[in-house]
Ligand binder design. Structure first.
Ligand code: ADP
Ligand code: GLC
Length: 508
């Protein structure tokens, strides 16, 4: 059972949502009986397929009553369980913050309910079969491993995946009793964190395994710079910590078959990319100039994603490169959003800014741009630069987290590296970003070298097939002894006859 707060296409604020659905689908493809448990936000209740209530209303969740609804993810053969409560039902916009950008004050109880519902399923106290492994994702599900321990449930293995350690779910200690957190855990060696009760800390403390979403991030979170105050505990639990890098959904992000772009293309035939560039320029109201370097920014517009640095660096680049065009797609911090709007007003015909969340536009952006500027102060994995790379859009990114593992730097433009697929930069200043962009622009000016970067970027394997095996291996390690073989068997090489039998079985 995968427990998370987001899953595409039901609810999404970031990469977590992409990962949960894709992981669920690829686990099922491998023969693991995976189910996603997530909150019944209005969008999820409205869009999940074939929902039906399972068992009676649960009336003793910490935050009130709730019921479990079972259905399927739209467009994916993945079962989804929704926890339907009044608290989740009232969140029709952002799942975590209100219209003023402030965290909902009942986050503790809302996500406490999610954890309690998960643990009830694990304990076999619903009409559903108990899972062998519960895989909690981020702080939203962080209380689950603790509650399993507190309630003495040892028939279910628990894993916590850290997608972003900056978000920790630190809530008022006064909730502890209601959330079922034992009094003897309310100290600094337990779940107390700077006077608060931390959901993320509870997960790190109690999960059988902790995973981070890239090799580099798994190392970084052991240091004060990236540990967000939890590096000490993570070091103490080092033996339980491993890296399992994400994959990407190469079905949804495939330039050769993408219903959301104007023209298909591939590494062998980039003509369609030129058409996508024209379309992006047209959509954004920029002059349609095939040889103008077109740089995209597409992400949450936040301090993490170095929005402040980009806002300082871009005017300098625009002034120095008279043909440079910039397209921005994103939403986030209102103050940065306003400054990006102003940037577009200051540079008509050169800068286009779309504030909002728009899946189709994200595809048009990655397909049509020449490069993606993605500065970031930390990046656990970083799906966006990979989407760009799959579409031959060269990433210019910070050398942090997962980006160290997926982007390989081109070096100096007069002697670029053969196997490179992007440009990496150190530092968090506008000078650092400008210098990296200068290198990218110089490389862009050298046709054959740029095409080599594009080919390298487009041909790398970012699929889920490697990562999913690592997850299954971990599930086998933490599952109760009698269930280990169930996971291990899915890793065995399969004969054609077994595949055919499985297909017939599924059809039946
Ligand atoms: P994070 O999860 O930290 O935001 P990722 O790059 O891993 O970073 O994932 C971000 C996901 O959100 C990607 O799927 C990206 O395409 C998507 N995304 C971010 N902002 C927007 C937006 N404004 N419109 C459409 N998609 C967006
Ligand atoms: C988080 C991280 C991002 C990662 C995503 C999926 O939101 O910020 O780097 O790709 O989770 O794991």
């Amino acid at each position: 059972m995968l427990v998370a707060s987001e899953a595409v296409p039901l609810v999404k604020t970031g990469g977590l949502a992409d990962v949960i659905t894709a992981l669920g689908a690829v686990l099922i493809e491998h023969g693991v009986d995976a189910t996603i448990l997530m909150p019944g936000y209005p969008a999820a209740l409205a869009n999940a397929i074939g929902l039906r209530q399972i068992g009676p209303v649960i009336d003793d969740l910490p935050g009130g009553a709730g019921r479990l609804l079972l259905g399927r993810m739209p467009g994916a053969n993945v079962p989804v369980l929704l926890l339907d409560t009044e608290r989740f039902k009232s969140r029709s916009g952002d799942p975590y913050v209100n219209d003023d950008g402030l965290e909902y004050d009942d986050n503790a109880l809302a996500f406490g309910d999610l954890a309690h519902a998960a643990v009830r399923i694990c304990a076999g106290r619903t009409m559903l079969p108990a899972p062998h492994v519960v895989h909690a994702n981020d702080w939203h599900a962080g209380l689950i491993p603790l509650l399993l321990k507190a309630q003495g449930i040892d028939t279910v293995g628990s894993a916590l995946t850290i997608h972003n350690l900056a978000f920790q779910g630190n809530v008022d200690m006064a909730h502890a009793d209601r959330l079922g957190v034992p009094a003897d855990m309310l100290h600094a060696d337990g779940v107390e964190f700077w006077g608060k009760l931390s959901f993320m800390k509870a997960g790190i403390l109690c999960a059988d395994r902790i995973t981070a979403v890239s090799d580099t991030y798994a190392q970084e979170i052991l240091t004060p710079r990236f540990g967000h105050g939890l590096d000490g505990l993570l070091n103490a639990r080092r033996d339980a910590l491993l890296a399992i890098p994400n994959g990407v959904d190469t079905g949804a992000w495939n330039p050769a078959h993408d219903p959301l772009t104007t023209r298909d293309f591939s590494a062998d035939d980039l003509a369609g990319k030129a058409a996508c560039k024209r379309e992006l320029q047209r959509l954004c109201g920029l002059p349609v100039e095939p040889f103008a370097p077109l740089v995209a920014l597409g992400s949450r517009i936040t301090h993490q994603k170095m929005a402040d640095v980009a806002l300082d660096a871009l005017p300098r680049l625009l002034a120095d490169h008279s043909r440079l065009q910039v397209v921005v797609l994103g939403r986030g911090d209102h103050a940065y959003e306003a400054r990006f709007r102003q940037l577009a007003a200051d540079w008509p015909g050169r800068v286009a800014v779309q504030i909002g969340y728009d899946e189709k536009m994200a595809h048009a952006l990655h397909a049509g741009a020449d490069m993606l500027l993605h500065g970031t102060r930390f990046e656990p994995f970083g799906l966006t630069p990979i989407y760009a790379m799959l579409y031959g859009t060269i990433p210019v990114v910070s050398r942090v987290g997962g980006l160290c593992d997926t982007v390989s730097d081109a070096g100096e433009p007069d002697a670029p590296h053969e196997l490179a697929n992007g440009v990496l930069f150190d530092g968090e200043g506008a000078d650092d970003m400008v210098r990296a962009m200068e290198r990218a622009l110089a490389l862009y000016g050298q046709g054959s070298c740029w095409q080599r970067l594009q080919r390298n970027a487009m041909q790398a394997d970012f699929s889920w097939y490697g990562p999913v095996r690592k997850y299954i291996r971990m599930y086998a390690d933490i599952a109760p002894a009698h269930a280990r073989a169930l996971f291990e068997n899915t890793l065995l090489p399969r004969s054609a006859a077994a595949d055919e039998a499985a297909t017939l079985y599924k059809r039946a």
